[in-house]
Design a protein around this ligand. Sequence first.
Ligand SMILES: *[C@@H]1O[C@H](CO)[C@@H](O)[C@H](O)[C@H]1NC(C)=O
Ligand SMILES: *[C@@H]1O[C@H](CO)[C@@H](O)[C@H](O)[C@H]1NC(C)=O
Ligand SMILES: *[C@@H]1O[C@H](CO)[C@@H](O)[C@H](O)[C@H]1NC(C)=O
Ligand SMILES: *[C@@H]1O[C@H](CO)[C@@H](O)[C@H](O)[C@H]1NC(C)=O
Ligand SMILES: *[C@@H]1O[C@H](CO)[C@@H](O)[C@H](O)[C@H]1NC(C)=O
Ligand SMILES: *[C@@H]1O[C@H](CO)[C@@H](O)[C@H](O)[C@H]1NC(C)=O
Ligand SMILES: *[C@@H]1O[C@H](CO)[C@@H](O)[C@H](O)[C@H]1NC(C)=O
Ligand SMILES: *[C@@H]1O[C@H](CO)[C@@H](O)[C@H](O)[C@H]1NC(C)=O
Ligand SMILES: *[C@@H]1O[C@H](CO)[C@@H](O)[C@H](O)[C@H]1NC(C)=O
Length: 630
Amino acid sequence: MARSGAAGRPGLLLACGLLLWGATGGASKVEVSMLEVVEVELGQTARIPCNFSLPEASDYAYINWFYIDKRSRTKIYYMVRGQVFEVDTEYKGRVAMEDDFTLTISRVTLQDARTFVCQVGAGSLGVGENRTKLHIYKTPEPPEIQVNDAGIPVTSKEIPKIAVCISKNGFPAPNITWYKNGSPLWQDDTKISILSTLIKESSGLYTVSSTLFARVSREDRQSRFHCAVSYCLLGADQTAVSEKVNVTVFYSTEKLSLVIRSPQPQVREGDEVTLHCEGDGNPPPEYNLLKVQEGAQAEEKDLTSSNGVLILRKVKKEDSGRYLCRTFDLDSMASLEATAELSVNYLEGLKITPEGPIQLQQGEGLALTCDARGSKPLELRWKKEKKGKLLGHGKQLKLSNVTLESSGNYSCEVSVAGVPGLSRSKQVYVAVHAKPQISPKDSLVPVKQNELVTLMCRATALPEPTITWSINGTVQNHIDHHHIISNLTVQVTPELLQSGVTCMATNKLGTSSLHITLQLRTTTTSPPPIGNTTEQKTQESKGVIIVAVIVCILVIAVLGAVLYFLHKKGKIPCNRTGKQDITRPDARKDEIVVEVKSDKLPEEAGLLQGANSEKRPAGDQAEKYIDLRN
Ligand SMILES: *[C@@H]1O[C@H](CO)[C@@H](O)[C@H](O)[C@H]1NC(C)=O
Ligand SMILES: *[C@@H]1O[C@H](CO)[C@@H](O)[C@H](O)[C@H]1NC(C)=O
Ligand SMILES: *[C@@H]1O[C@H](CO)[C@@H](O)[C@H](O)[C@H]1NC(C)=O
Ligand SMILES: *[C@@H]1O[C@H](CO)[C@@H](O)[C@H](O)[C@H]1NC(C)=O
Ligand SMILES: *[C@@H]1O[C@H](CO)[C@@H](O)[C@H](O)[C@H]1NC(C)=O
Ligand SMILES: *[C@@H]1O[C@H](CO)[C@@H](O)[C@H](O)[C@H]1NC(C)=O
Ligand SMILES: *[C@@H]1O[C@H](CO)[C@@H](O)[C@H](O)[C@H]1NC(C)=O
Ligand SMILES: *[C@@H]1O[C@H](CO)[C@@H](O)[C@H](O)[C@H]1NC(C)=O
Ligand SMILES: *[C@@H]1O[C@H](CO)[C@@H](O)[C@H](O)[C@H]1NC(C)=O
């Protein structure tokens, strides 16, 4: 085992490798182990490993790398005694060897798809080699599908073209498979034909294109076609699929139908009705819409329709009848027909006999008859006024012993059985003539003297009565059919209180009147009725108050008199301040002197003290008066 100082890392590792193999193996020859195939994507770096084992105690090795081209081999890279050398070939600059003797080729091209040989020499012990095939691949571009958009007739004689699928720039050449509704399609000479072409581009990459020809049926209008490109990658199958497309299929009409569309199942006069002729062919055929004229000999009348659609905007009963849709198929030379029956419900000729307005006398009777024609049995209902309550069913309504209240509009409502929304109504006015009647209300009216009072008189009669009042005043009348309300506004005078007022309602059948009595309203100031305890109580309390006031006045008067008397006697000074003393010195001087002197008169002093409620020292007062004298 030899180690060169200039060996470097590959040399060192080589030595280690030799040691390892020598220790583990018991091989007597040089054995090289390599992968059969290495795959790499175009433009990437390929790695070709080379493992080898040497017999024990071998001490020297070299490694040569070749590629094989048409049986001749070309050396591209080698290592001797740990030193590496690149041969001047097309690989110069692109090859290198890793620490574990793996050859790397960077930026691989399609030409690199060849066999590479790793040769290991161990001097006298011999030489060993093995080889690896380098596969270059390139993922093709996703497939593009172009559908035949001209439309395909089901009756086409040759197998029609469905679509073309192209996948560009793959390596190696990929395959294209066709699918219909997810199931693969295979060539079969009668129904399906697949034509594939392979183009080698100048770059060396392959573009595959495939054209699908297939017979189509009516059902294929819903079919979805797609293609898939499949290629091998690292030993595994890969696929890329195109978008799904459908084809336009032309086929003749086999079924024809004529449909009547209306707002509700039962067609009414005035509804908008659409007749729709529909065939199942593609493209839709030309339609002929006809009306079958019933009669001695059935004849057909052409109707103008657009694409088999006829709109009857306001359908009339005359539009009822049999309609026919007809089409002629040019392929099969066959004529197809579809029919439909339109029946328009109607309601007409509504009238009431006798015709209004009808005049009756009170107590008379009458039979009203309602008549109409309709497409189906009719339902008749009678009502007083349109929204009034139901009076009866059927054609006839009998009125007997009529009164004024029987007057009004009698309405006959007709509807066609089983046809919702088809109804009409008519009414007749019945007037029952009667002499006036005055409501006996408010015949006693409470009033105040001189006030303006409004008197009301209510009368019912037909013909409409006139109301007159027995006195002059402002009159306001309100008339509602056979009711009249008359208001009279007058001032209350004594004469009026005495005479009262009469209201008179008159029509050609008679007169009735109402006498209204005015009564003075009792006022709050009027004397109270005897025996009302509440009133008595208030009266008593009033008396008590008066007595109390008088007593008070008397007490005050007595008190005033007493005070005056005391004052006149001079026992009460009006005020005790010095100022007042100064203003009236003479009068006081004498009195005080008298007081001071009369110390021996306790009665008088006590009286003085009680009135003044203050004792004054005698000396003080003496001093003051002395000063004033000076
Ligand atoms: C080449 O290497 C493979 C895989 O290690 C091995 O099976 C085969 O025997 C080798 N061939 C030669 C000629 O040594
Ligand atoms: C080479 O040796 C390494 C390590 O022992 C092993 O992982 C690899 O699979 C071997 N390669 C071949 C081609 O025998
Ligand atoms: C392509 O089709 C051929 C023939 O059917 C087949 O031999 C080949 O393996 C296919 N290749 C791929 C990549 O599927
Ligand atoms: C494919 O089908 C779609 C709807 O299903 C339709 O709108 C379209 O026109 C069809 N295309 C062709 C080519 O028939
Ligand atoms: C007619 O109606 C009036 C008043 O309602 C009544 O007095 C009279 O008996 C009725 N006559 C008949 C025949 O019913
Ligand atoms: C009766 O009908 C007529 C016309 O619709 C209307 O003018 C009149 O007011 C109605 N009379 C009554 C009492 O409803
Ligand atoms: C009502 O007034 C008219 C004139 O405006 C008069 O001729 C008539 O006598 C008055 N009648 C009464 C009842 O006062
Ligand atoms: C008549 O008087 C009554 C009550 O005083 C009042 O409700 C009514 O509207 C008046 N009618 C007319 C027509 O003035
Ligand atoms: C007394 O007068 C009051 C109101 O004025 C009244 O509600 C009450 O009924 C009267 N009582 C008697 C006994 O008349």
